[in-house]
Each structure stands twice: as structure tokens, then as C-alpha cells.
Design a protein around this ligand. Structure first.
Ligand SMILES: NC(=O)c1ccc[n+]([C@@H]2O[C@H](COP(=O)([O-])OP(=O)(O)OC[C@H]3O[C@@H](n4cnc5c(N)ncnc54)[C@H](OP(=O)(O)O)[C@@H]3O)[C@@H](O)[C@H]2O)c1
Length: 209
């Protein structure tokens, strides 16, 4: 599959690493430094382009930008005529990671949907970048769970497949509105990893009886 990625930082390149290995074609986009973007893309076996080019390229598109840059990034996407699956990896973290800028009555996922009317938005926050870029995707001998929320069933399934390609375990949670709770759950992981000294090799899983 062709996948455009908006954001070529820790997560964007982590997605590229696994998705290229799984046989997908990747175009990375969105950097304040064009030379850096080109070098990073080459390093991960991806193409590079503008945000609009990455969106046009992708059968699906991933959004891997800091929440505070989401609006700017999505403005650069243009207005694709065809509805595209948009995999929203973003969490509305404060820039110092001390908490969330919004939550529980709305979500970054729902805001992304409002900013990208051309998209079928699916929220699925990947494992920590340190895990994506490490030698193993397993945490404590198990795959990390990734909650997948979106209003379009086929789009959810498509993103769940890409989450599997990362080496993580998708949990189809339900509609996009559930991003309101998934984002704070991932904020808890950030607090445990970086505030409580657990380190980034932690993840969420769902146990069912
Ligand atoms: N890091 C994690 O472990 C992790 C895990 C799950 C989800 N997330 C979420 O994934 C998203 C991306 O995180 P990340 O760690 O990949 O971020 P990051 O490393 O800071 O990458 C951000 C990307 O956006 C680009 N960018 C372009 N214009 C920007 C601007 N005005 N301000 C900031 N960045 C700009 C950066 O390019 P240049 O710097 O080259 O300009 C870079 O390619 C966030 O919403 C985060 O909450 C992160």
C-alpha cells in the first residue's frame, strides 16, 4: 500500500521503519528543514514531498505531528477529492509533556476530523518511539496494545492492519469519540514513562475474560 506520512520526527520515522519493512511504499513530509527531511526519508527507504504530495500519494495517510502543529500541517494537505483514511497518531500533549491541552469533552482525534473533512479519521496512538526504533516491539514478552477508534469500519480495519505491521496489537475500540479517553490513557503512559521513572518500554494491553 502507498502511505503518506505527515511528520518525519520520532513517530513518523518509526512508522516508516516498520511499514517499509512490511512492504509498503512511504512518502514522508512536513519539516521546517527540507534537507533534513530528504536525508531522513533516504535513511528510512522512503520518498519525501510536501504535505499535499504525501496526501495525494497515499492510499492512507498518517498524521504524526506535535498536536500544536496539527492545524498548520492539515492546512497544507489541500482538499483531496477522494476520501482518504487518515491515521491520527497525535496526542494533545502540552509542549512540556506535563499534561493534556484538551480532553474528555473533545479530543485531538475529533479536531483532526474537523480540520480534514477529506478524511476518514482513525485515532490509533502507536507505542513509544523508543520502542518503535528499538530491536523488539515486544514489551515484557507481549505485543503492546493500540486502541483503534474511528467512525468508518473499513478505515478502522485498515489502520488495525497497519498497527499489526508495526508489530503491535490493535484493539478495535469503537467510534472516534472514544479518542476522548484513549488520549488521556496514553497521557498516563507518558507520565509513568517520563515522570515516574518507568522509562518508555511500557505499553497498554486489554485483557478480556
Ligand atoms: N514520541 C512518542 O513516543 C510518541 C508516541 C505516540 C504518539 N506520539 C504523538 O505523535 C506525534 C508526533 O510525535 P513525535 O515524537 O514524532 O514528534 P517530533 O519528533 O517532534 O516530530 C515532529 C515532526 O513534525 C515536524 N514539524 C514541522 N513543522 C513543525 C512545527 N511548526 N512544530 C513542530 N514540529 C513541526 C518536525 O519537523 P522538523 O523538526 O524537522 O521541523 C517533525 O518532522 C505527537 O502528537 C505525539 O504526541 C508520540
Amino acid at each position: 500500500m502507498k502511505i503518506g506520512i505527515i511528520g518525519a520526527g520520532n513517530v513518523g520515522t518509526g512508522l516508516a521503519k516498520h511499514l517499509v519493512a512490511a512492504g509498503h511504499q512511504i512518502m514522508l513530509s512536513y519539516s521546517r528543514d527540507a534537507a533534513k527531511l530528504e536525508a531522513v526519508a533516504k535513511n528510512f527507504g522512503a520518498q519525501h514531498g510536501t504535505v499535499a504530495e504525501a496526501v495525494a500519494f497515499g492510499d492512507a495517510v498518517a498524521l504524526a505531528t506535535p498536536y500544536t502543529a496539527n492545524e498548520d500541517a492539515l492546512k497544507q494537505a489541500g482538499s483531496p477529492a477522494e476520501k482518504k483514511v487518515l491515521w491520527d497518531c497525535t496526542n494533545p500533549l502540552k509542549p512540556d509533556f506535563s499534561g493534556l491541552l484538551i480532553g474528555t469533552t473533545t479530543s485531538a482525534g475529533e479536531q483532526t476530523a474537523a480540520l480534514a473533512p477529506w478524511a476518514k479519521v482513525v485515532k490509533a496512538i502507536p507505542p513509544f518511539a523508543e520502542v518503535l526504533h528499538s530491536d523488539s516491539m515486544e514489551i515484557g514478552g507481549k505485543k503492546a496494545g493500540v486502541f483503534v477508534c474511528g467512525d468508518d469500519k473499513e478505515a478502522r480495519e485498515l489502520v488495525a492492519g497497519l498497527v499489526r505491521d508495526l508489530g503491535a496489537e490493535p484493539v478495535i475500540a469503537g467510534g472516534l469519540v472514544l479518542s476522548r479517553y484513549v488520549e488521556p490513557a496514553n497521557m498516563l503512559l507518558v507520565a509513568l514513562a517520563y515522570g515516574n521513572g518507568f522509562g518508555p518500554r511500557i505499553g497498554l494491553t486489554l485483557r478480556r475474560g
